[in-house]
Write a protein that binds this ligand. Structure first.
Ligand SMILES: C[C@H](O)[C@@H](O)CC(=O)C(=O)O
Ligand SMILES: [Mg+2]
Length: 443
């Protein structure tokens, strides 16, 4: 097999799944999402390809694809050694393009696009090393790993030297934790029983099934109707997720009413940008035993820094595609470890479970060294569509062994669900179940 030396081409696909039909993935804000991805493939002069995705919710995917496509000229033709030997500097270069940066910076569509491209590079690198991403990160020399990160704007709370020291400190005992992960896996919770559009009967049936499969932790969606939420909270309780529907005082009042059901956290209680609002909610709810969780829409490491500084979150929910890929996610995991805040990654979207598992293994083995108050999300749909679906055993993710970041979608599925001309979509249009984008108000 010939080892790649440079990127020769980049392709971007808009792949969407009609999850709104069954209300999979629905919440109080996103009432009918179609879980989708901007799908990036990097071709090389060798035998390997890199694949990266960014999770989106249907309409809008084409915009992220367009943004990713415009990044081609910063990727194609580049030598892989130049990228991987100076990955932190390369990441800085692509996120600081002097013109592209104006429509970010480091947030929104451009950052979602960055994630897909950057994650494809990490997938390729891990395949070249012959390791799953988590294992490559666990084995990498601390200095080399830290060289992949961009510390701009966060050096007031975490320096390169401090990050190296943190990794070195944990390295003495990492083999033990790696063996533990290989044996028992990383604890997870499921969101799949609690999507907002599901009936009470469906929730009860799914929760019962999940318990028989070894799940003991659940998340339910809230925020549409308080009486509905109270009734459902009695069916199962643990974490609740409002997906940004409330103002600060609404969040405090609503959650005070749900407090008797003892939720561990309230997720995204208000605007994801309102750091001080989250801090006020946390201050009011922490005494009731409820923590604040957020991060799936936290734009970048700078905002995470402030959330941590302001004591505005008790559970840090990194997302594999909202931040600008592995390089930036690792800085947030390190900052969270410094503040002793548990990282509980967000994974309610296609490909996210497959991606975030790598972060949880890395976090436990090499960074936090703790499982206390930590669990990663699992959502039960769109796995058979993946080339290497997550392995779940007794409510735990089991570490994957195949090389790469492992977010590839089965080729026939890619073809069928490519929007709008894949056969599955043509069929849905023909049946009148969907209208093409721009032909309708809403599905
Ligand atoms: C629209 C998405 O499905 C969202 O509801 C996911 C989410 O908030 C979560 O998994 O948490
Ligand atoms: Mg959520």
């Amino acid at each position: 097999m010939s080892r790649p030396t440079k990127i020769t081409a980049m392709h971007v696909k808009d792949i969407r799944f009609p999850t709104s039909l069954e209300k999979d993935g629905s919440d109080a804000m996103h009432t009918a999402p179609d879980h989708s991805v901007a799908y990036v493939i990097l071709e090389t002069d060798g035998d390997l390809q890199g694949t990266g995705t960014t999770f989106t919710c249907g309409r809008g995917t084409e915009i992220v694809c367009f943004a990713a496509d415009t990044m081609k000229n910063r990727v194609v033709g580049r030598r892989l050694d130049d990228i991987f030997n100076n990955f932190g500097a390369y990441w800085h270069e692509i996120t600081c393009d002097s013109q592209f940066r104006w429509i970010g910076p480091e947030k929104g569509v451009t950052h979602l696009a960055t994630a897909a491209v950057v994650n494809a590079l990490w997938d390729l690198w891990a395949k070249m090393e012959g390791k799953p991403l988590w294992k490559m990160l666990v084995d990498m020399e601390p200095e080399k790993l830290v060289n992949c990160l961009d510390f701009s704007y966060i050096e007031d709370v975490l320096t390169k030297d401090e990050a190296v020291a943190m990794l070195k400190k944990k390295d003495a005992t990492k083999d033990k934790r790696e063996a533990e992960m290989l044996k028992t896996g990383y604890p997870i919770y499921t969101t799949s029983c609690g999507w907002l559009g599901y009936s009470d009967e469906k929730i009860t049936k799914l929760a019962t099934e999940a318990m028989s499969q070894g799940f003991s932790r659940f998340k339910m969606k809230v925020g549409k109707d308080l009486q509905d939420d109270i009734r459902r909270a009695a069916i199962f309780r643990k974490c609740v997720d409002a997906n940004q529907v409330w103002g600060v005082q609404d969040a405090i009042d609503w959650m005070t009413a749900l407090a008797p059901y003892k939720p561990l956290w309230i997720e995204e209680p208000t605007s994801p940008d309102d750091i001080l609002g989250h801090a006020a909610i946390a201050k009011a709810l922490n005494p009731l035993g409820i923590g604040v969780a957020t991060g799936e829409m936290c734009q970048n490491r700078v905002m995470f820094k402030q959330f941590l500084q302001a004591n505005a979150l008790q559970f840090c929910q990194i997302d594999a595609c909202r931040l600008g890929g592995v390089n930036e996610v690792l800085t947030v995991i390190l900052m969270a470890a410094k503040f002793n805040v548990p990282v509980c990654p967000h994974a309610g979207g296609v490909g996210l479970c497959e991606l975030v598992q790598h972060y949880s293994f890395f976090d436990y083995i090499r960074c936090s060294g703790s499982l206390e108050n930590r669990m990663t999300e699992f959502a039960d749909h769109l796995h058979k569509e993946m080339c290497a679906p997550v392995k779940v055993r007794d409510g735990h993710y089991m570490p994957p062994q195949a090389p790469g970041f492992l977010v590839g979608i089965v080729p026939d599925v890619q073809k069928a669900y490519e929007y709008p001309d894949g056969s599955a979509w043509l069929d849905l249009f023909e049946k009148g179940l969907f209208k093409r984008d721009h032909d309708h108000e809403d599905n």
